[in-house]
Design a protein around this ligand. Structure first.
Ligand SMILES: Cc1cc2nc3c(=O)[nH]c(=O)nc-3n(C[C@H](O)[C@H](O)[C@H](O)COP(=O)(O)OP(=O)(O)OC[C@H]3O[C@@H](n4cnc5c(N)ncnc54)[C@H](O)[C@@H]3O)c2cc1C
Length: 478
């Protein structure tokens, strides 16, 4: 590591290489604080060329590297390697170009999600994907996680809003993947690959026109079942709101404690529904929405931007707010078909009672994307293990109901072990073959996404037999 560090110092500015043990610890985890590792060395490149130089050196020394944006990931994707280099993009924060006629912006990877919208808001544009962490998370991290957010029900995920990406490939080449490229959708493969296919150094995003009208409604229900029925009724009526978010009583309690959001007292669940589009259409949909939310004991409609922000405040701060009612918690992320929501929520309730572990529910109800917050006291012996068990059982519920182990937070190191519950060995091998095509030496963010790597030269797992593609000579095993 010392020789590599000397080599890194020779290709980067002096202050761009961190080896001080105290400063290294700043980067030992992301938002999933349960997993920690001190990086071997941290680098803060300022240009794509510097990233490429770092990656080339990692190749020369056969050392793994991990990209990190703002470190808000909740699946341990940016967990560093003690024997590796952590490439932090926080110095790459330039908005390089704004091209409104073509509705595009070209940005460096460390730019925060919200900064893109702030740069074009006055001209009536915005960047649509809006993770709740949008004030701090980086666009590079969003690309790597294919991040979503409250408004993705109508507008889609990061993959729907990225036009091109300049990347440093795992062997150190600087290439551009463009949506317009003929052939396989390599840009699509890169988005959501969690830093295992290279480091994004420049991203061209699509800008959206701000809608003519927005109506934000808070509907308070006595129970979560009633809230769930309203969601089904809204979607069943053919309305596609910009967002439908639900919070249960425990999540509301946490949000009240943290940000005093003044949601209706005594609510078993609140729904936040946002309608947007041409004014006449929003008005018509709102009239229908009122009827569909007839079961609500209170319906609050935001009269202006300040009231809209007040409605969103509780939801946007919900994850962090849970810290007010519990010393520790796990933010889970799974998806179920919308129709399965009531059954799965009831099953989560039962799990919670059986294990004596409280679970607060905050979720993108329109997408069926659950974010159960599994609360525990880390000072209580065995509580962490019980919380882990509940958390895992929730993912099993998602799979049983035809859903997925992650909606938007990625697999990272946290859920790699659940991948075999969703995919067969052949599926996983095939994914590894894609990875090998980009990263034959397995140096880009190893140990993430895949449970027990079977191909590609990573830590060897127990492999039985040869992958059919390798056997037929169509793919190579490295
Ligand atoms: C309070 C809170 C709310 C959140 N709400 C949401 C939400 O609503 N929706 C949602 O989708 N997520 C949400 N998240 C999760 C997280 O913010 C997103 O996953 C985000 O995209 C991570 O961005 P980051 O810059 O922090 O990435 P990091 O945590 O630094 O890294 C995440 C992954 O991206 C890789 N990576 C980072 N930069 C690059 C790059 N330039 N090139 C290649 N790979 C890279 C890393 O190796 C890692 O695998 C939330 C997190 C928190 C803490």
């Amino acid at each position: 590591m010392e020789t590599l560090t000397a080599a890194l110092r020779s290709v980067l500015p002096r202050d761009a290489v961190i080896t001080d043990p105290v400063r290294l610890r700043t980067y030992e985890c992301d938002g999933l604080t349960y997993h920690r590792a001190t990086p071997g060395v941290v680098v803060l490149p300022a240009t794509a060329e510097q990233v490429a130089r770092v990656v080339r050196l990692c190749n020369d020394f056969g050392v793994p590297f991990v990209a990190r944006g703002s470190g808000t990931g909740l699946s341990g994707g940016a967990l560093p390697r003690e024997d590796g280099v952590l490439i932090v993009t926080s110095k790459m924060r330039a908005i390089l170009e704004i091209d409104l006629p073509n509705r595009r912006a070209v940005v460096e990877p460390g730019v925060t999600n919200l900064a893109i919208t702030e740069a074009v808001r006055e001209q009536g544009y915005y960047y649509a994907p809006d993770p709740s962490s949008q004030q701090v998370c980086s666009i590079g991290g969003n690309v790597a996680e294919n991040s979503g957010g409250a408004h993705c029900l109508k507008y889609g995920f990061t993959v729907n809003h990225v036009e091109a990406c300049e990347i440093v490939t795992p062997d150190g080449d600087l290439v551009t993947l463009d949506r317009m490229d003929p052939g396989y959708d390599l840009l699509g493969a890169f988005i959501g690959s969690e830093g295992t296919l290279g480091v994004a150094t420049k991203i061209t995003v699509r800008l959206s026109r701000a809608p003519e009208a927005v109506t934000t409604v808070l509907a308070a229900f006595e129970s979560i079942e009633q809230g769930g029925q309203a969601v089904s009724a809204i979607i069943g009526a053919g309305i596609v709101p910009a967002a439908i978010e639900m919070m249960d009583a425990l999540a509301i309690e946490a949000a009240e404690a943290a940000v005093a959001c003044s949601y209706p007292a005594g609510a078993g669940a609140v729904l936040i529904v946002e309608l947007d589009g041409p004014a006449a259409e929003v008005e018509r949909q709102f009239a229908r929405l009122r009827e569909l939310c007839a079961g609500a004991f209170e319906l609050r409609v935001a009269a202006d931007a300040a009231e809209r922000a007040a409605i969103w405040k509780g939801r946007k701060s919900a994850f962090a707010a849970v810290g007010r009612i519990s010393p520790a918690y796990i933010v889970q992320d799974g998806v179920v078909p919308r129709t399965a929501l009531p059954g799965v929520l009831a099953a989560i309730d039962r799990l919670s009672a059986e294990h004596g572990i409280r679970v607060a529910n905050v979720f993108h109800a329109g997408d069926g994307n659950l974010h159960p917050l599994v609360l525990f006291d880390d000072a209580e012996p065995g509580a962490g293990e019980r919380a882990e068990a509940v958390s895992g059982a929730i993912l099993d519920l998602c799979i049983e109901h035809g859903g997925s182990i992650t909606g938007e937070h990625g697999v990272g190191v946290d859920k790699a072990r659940y991948m075999p519950r969703m995919f067969s060995a052949a599926d996983l091998d095939t994914m590894q073959l894609v990875r090998c095509a980009f990263d034959p030496r397995g140096l880009a963010n190893p140990g993430k996404v895949f449970p027990t790597p079977r191909l590609c030269g990573e830590v060897p797992g127990v492999r039985k037999g040869v992958h059919p593609l390798v056997e037929s000579g169509k793919a190579e095993q490295f």
